[in-house]
Design a binder for this molecule. Structure first.
Ligand SMILES: [Zn+2]
Length: 67
């Protein structure tokens, strides 16, 4: 599965997203990532590393389904 981040604006500021964290598309801004985290309900184990600003390509769709 390929996600084209340029097709999905950041859900919080509207810029082009670069990350998919906590079931939300977000840009690199830590504030947006934090908002996504809060909206999602808090830290979620392995999802945390993705929230640390590391670009991710959602290859781990199996993990995503568990959340
Ligand atoms: Zn943003």
């Amino acid at each position: 599965m390929t996600i084209n981040f340029s097709d999905y604006p950041c859900e919080f500021c509207g810029k082009t997203s670069t990350n998919f964290v906590y079931a939300a598309f977000v840009c690199d801004d830590p504030e947006c990532i934090e908002k996504a985290r809060v909206e999602r309900g808090g830290p979620g184990g392995h999802m945390k590393r993705k929230a640390e600003g590391k670009p991710i390509i959602p290859l781990d769709s199996e993990d995503s389904r568990k959340n």
